[in-house]
Design a protein around this ligand. Structure first.
Ligand SMILES: *Cc1c(COP(=O)(O)O)cnc(C)c1O
Length: 403
């Protein structure tokens, strides 16, 4: 708040309040938005108003699918609501094995392991695979959980500018000859909605004796003939050592996974601390994942329709002069520039019935604040057409469109 006075003696809580006030002054303070009701068609009620939700990751519309809810209830009735222990203790149910086998078949790999979240999958896998003396090469726009994993591992970080293969190659050439080399990339980047240059990354990792880990969080269920992700789409499954992803987005549930060679998965069972020291994923969540994997296999039209709608969305916004930052997927950002401009854009859209969130630093580079739109198969085509019109009108009113 403007001119807010923070009183009292210097205490840790006062320091926190000062820091929050400072964030507020720089338009960087984040607030929780309460969803009062989840409605059909990818709509939500917020502040008493029905909005089209363009900021969720429920890309296939499965989070509200009654079949997943029924599968979750059935799994809870049969196995209980909690697993009661970690996987290596007594929390490894037949249900876990069956879902992991189904997942491995879906990913086209020998084996797979499920973690409680995608965040924990990245932390667990990265800290298990690298440590001091090793080097991790990461795209600047990789997800925060990847960077947290690298930091926690103690490995050396060699960060390269977004999709910059020349800098990556230079870093690989200059890396210490000893120690492991691990290249990590998101396959679909969550802030730009563009794709990793996976073919080129495979060529580089082979040339320099590195491993490649791909985070398919936004691609699982969306890209590829079977919906397994970008590696599948490009026919590169066997060339990627570590396939990571999450069930929390297109699959409408929760949980992260790592898929790959049987030896990799056995190793993670022994060395991934976020797998070992945390209670096994809940049976109802596994029931939902199992059902979502069936639907992804049987209903490819969901992802096809989503990607077709996303193509129209990007094309119309770009044609209207808005900068969609090279998006190639169902995630379509629109550049606003300053933090204030992004916040004003999101606010004006909300008043016009659209829920879309402003992304600001440190999530995006300074000066590149934006509003990000995420499409879902749950959105009706007419609702999306109307949304495009609104975004273009509001974007123009705020001076975000190039002439
Ligand atoms: C969302 C996300 C994660 C974390 O997954 P959760 O299951 O939500 O913990 C990891 N990586 C990327 C790229 C993501 O977008």
């Amino acid at each position: 708040m403007e001119g807010q006075q923070i009183q009292g003696p210097a205490t840790p809580l006062r320091e926190l309040a000062e820091e929050l006030a400072d964030l507020e002054a720089r338009d960087l303070r984040r607030q929780l938005t309460e969803v009062e009701e989840v409605l059909p068609g990818g709509r939500v009620r917020v502040g008493g108003k029905v909005l089209l939700n363009l900021s969720g990751n429920d890309y296939l519309g499965l989070a509200q699918d009654p079949r997943l809810a029924a599968a979750a209830a059935e799994a809870a009735a049969r196995w209980g609501t909690g697993a009661g222990a970690s996987r290596l203790v007594a929390g490894h149910f037949r249900l876990h094995r069956e879902v992991e086998e189904k997942l491995a078949a879906f990913k086209g790999t020998e084996a797979a392991v499920i973690f409680s979240t995608g965040y924990m999958a990245n932390l667990g896998a990265i800290t298990a695979l690298v440590g001091p003396g090793d080097t991790v090469f990461g795209d600047r726009l990789n997800h925060a959980s990847i960077y947290d994993g690298i930091r926690l591992s103690g490995a050396r970080l060699a960060r390269f500018p977004h999709r910059d293969l020349n800098v990556l190659e230079k870093l690989l050439r200059e890396a210490p000859p000893r120690g492991r080399r691990l290249i990590i990339t998101d396959s679909v980047f969550s802030v730009d909605g563009d794709l990793a240059p996976l073919r080129e990354l495979v060529a580089l990792k082979e040339r320099y004796g590195a491993w490649l880990m791909v985070d398919e969080a936004h691609a699982t269920g969306v890209l590829g003939p079977c919906g397994a992700g970008l590696a599948e789409a490009l026919g590169l499954t066997a060339q990627v050592e570590v396939h990571m992803g999450t069930f929390s987005k297109a699959l409408g549930a929760l949980g992260g996974y790592v898929a790959g060679d049987r030896r990799l998965i056995d190793y993670l069972h022994n060395r991934a601390r976020s797998f070992i020291y945390s209670t096994a994923l809940l049976p109802p969540v596994l029931g939902a994942i199992d059902c979502a994997l069936e639907i992804v296999a049987k209903e490819p039209e969901r992802r096809r329709r989503l990607l077709a709608e996303a193509g129209v969305f990007r094309q119309e916004l770009t044609a209207a002069g808005l900068d969609t930052l090279g998006s190639e997927t169902q995630i379509v950002p629109v550049l606003a520039g300053s933090n204030r401009a992004a916040l004003d854009f999101a606010q004006a859209l909300r008043e016009a019935g659209l829920l879309a969130v402003a992304l600001r630093p440190p999530t995006v580079p300074p000066g590149q604040a934006r509003v990000r739109f995420s499409l879902s198969a749950a959105h009706a085509p007419e609702a999306l057409a109307q949304a495009r019109g609104t975004i273009i009108r509001v974007g123009r009113e705020l001076g975000l469109a190039k002439a």
